[in-house]
Design a protein around this ligand. Structure first.
Ligand SMILES: [Ca+2]
Length: 482
């Protein structure tokens, strides 16, 4: 009797843990995010059959267009095959999982070429986490196989949706990168011998450059040029970028830091001078705008900062200068007026370790932050979604590994984890860029392009961005044609 009691108590505790776990997921759940508008879900409209390994009738729940119903796997690995009535062409699959159990999954199509019949893998990634947007080059096939190769338990799939989306027409698509002043001033970015060299193709992909740190505030509300640069060197650095771009358009922002001043003093005592000095600074050094990177104001400072942003934008509008701000969803108290006023934000959607230890997973690095800032009132076109070009360890330790580190080169486009370090890899970069296009976001932000593999390498992240834009968007005008 006593033994039984203990078992019951353990069962109760386990149940509680499960309830707490489920509630935590439900609170952050994104399983119901809308599907792409204007496109039919081929998994419903052209379905002939769907079968899992055990022939369970419940597999139909994965294609019943109801996110409240789900197919449950028969173990930690399982698969199903979806057969269309006839051959279909598709380039996007959306997976909706109930829970966060899947750790590795694969999509293949059946190649029917006589003599060479086999399942051909066209996509593989790690987690699904509620909602996973899978973007790939067009595939034409009659059958798709979905396989889970790793899971931390039986898993549930609410829906699998298959689309053949068309290019989205848009006026522009921003791709912002950060460059640092010493590399810029020394000419390393334009020197083929330097490891920080930017390829010629860079100018075709990146159309907005944020120069870190072009300036810092001091306590008198003056912008000072850091890193031992002279004013002439900063001016010629900006010109070097313009020369590098030649006829191509580029917007150049001065990224301003707050680490050389007491922000409370600057804004409280020198608010008007700060604005005047910013205008003078942008004109003097040839910038197109100012981008703030304050990590991080406290709640009270956010109020003062928000007011400053509104006043600054009002002053800069006369000169057509832009104002941008780097933001994180875990410390954000900007006023509604500032949200409306800003030209753009760069979401620092990285260094966010989810329960799998991934620092910029599709969920934590795209879905969650995008939904967060849309809910705050930003228009999609104001948002630049951040992409890390570096890896971080699973435990969140203070290690950063560049994507071009020869000791950590992924073996294919699907690999995110290399030797305990987690990258937002080549396929993940395509998925996030495609998702940004799908959500009509303003564009992407890169941190930073100097960490990428050479552009002619098939795994190049910069190239992955460009390929995605080329295949999924129709850009009507360039940046300055707005
Ligand atoms: Ca369902």
């Amino acid at each position: 009797m006593k033994k039984k009691m203990i078992i019951s108590a353990v069962a109760i505790i386990l149940c509680l843990a499960l309830i707490i776990g489920t509630t935590a997921f439900a609170g952050n759940g994104f399983s119901d995010l809308p599907s792409p508008a204007d496109f039919e879900n081929l998994a419903v409209t052209h379905l002939e059959s769907i079968e899992d390994t055990k022939g369970k009738a419940s597999i139909k729940k994965a294609v019943d267009s109801d996110t409240n119903t789900a197919w449950k796997s028969s173990g930690t690995t399982d698969s199903f095959v979806l057969t269309f009535k006839n051959e279909q062409t598709f380039n996007t699959i959306i997976l909706r999982e109930k829970g966060w159990n899947v750790k590795k999954f694969r999509l293949s199509y059946y190649m029917e070429t006589p003599g060479n019949e086999h399942w051909e893998r066209f996509y593989e990634q790690d987690a699904i986490n509620d909602y996973r947007y899978c973007a790939f080059d067009s595939v034409t096939a009659k059958q798709i196989k979905f396989e889970v190769l790793e899971s931390d338990g039986a898993f549930k799939i609410r829906e699998v949706e298959v689309y053949n989306t068309e290019k989205k027409e848009r006026d522009s698509f921003r791709v912002s990168d950060y460059v640092v002043t010493p590399q810029l001033a020394k000419g390393e970015l334009f020197d083929p011998e330097s490891s920080n060299y930017l390829p010629a193709e860079y100018c075709d992909v990146v159309n907005q450059i944020h120069v870190i740190a072009a300036a810092k505030w001091n306590d008198n509300g003056e912008l000072i040029i850091p890193d031992g640069l002279t004013g002439d060197e900063l001016k010629s650095s900006v010109q070097k970028i313009r020369d590098f771009y030649g006829e191509k358009d580029v917007e150049i922002f001065a990224t301003v830091f707050f680490n050389a001043c007491n922000p409370d003093v600057v804004f409280a005592e020198h608010g008007d001078e700060v604005i005047k000095n910013t205008v003078d600074f942008l004109i003097e050094y040839g910038f197109d705008g100012v981008s703030y990177d304050w990590e991080y104001p406290n709640k009270q400072q956010w109020a003062v900062f928000s007011e400053h942003l509104v006043n600054l934008k009002n002053a800069l509008s006369k000169y057509d200068f832009k104002v941008s701000c780097a933001v994180s969803s875990w410390n954000f108290y900007m006023s509604d007026e500032a949200i409306e006023t800003l030209d753009q934000i760069e979401i620092m959607s990285y260094d966010l370790f989810d329960e799998n230890g991934h620092n910029s997973s599709f969920s934590s690095g795209a879905v969650q932050p995008v939904e967060y800032f849309l809910a705050k009132g930003f228009k999609p076109e104001q948002i630049n979604l951040g992409l890390p070009f570096y890896a971080r360890p699973y435990d969140g330790g203070g290690i950063w590994i560049n994507f071009d580190d020869p000791n950590y080169t992924p073996y294919d486009r699907f690999q995110n984890c290399v030797d305990g370090m987690w990258f937002s890899g080549t396929q993940m970069t395509m998925d996030k860029t495609a998702y940004a296009i799908e959500k009509n976001l303003g564009g992407m932000m890169i941190f930073t392009a100097t960490e990428d593999l050479p552009y002619d390498n098939d795994l190049s992240l910069l190239k992955s961005i460009q390929t995605t834009i080329d295949t999924r968007a129709e850009i009507k005008n360039d940046m300055k044609g707005e």
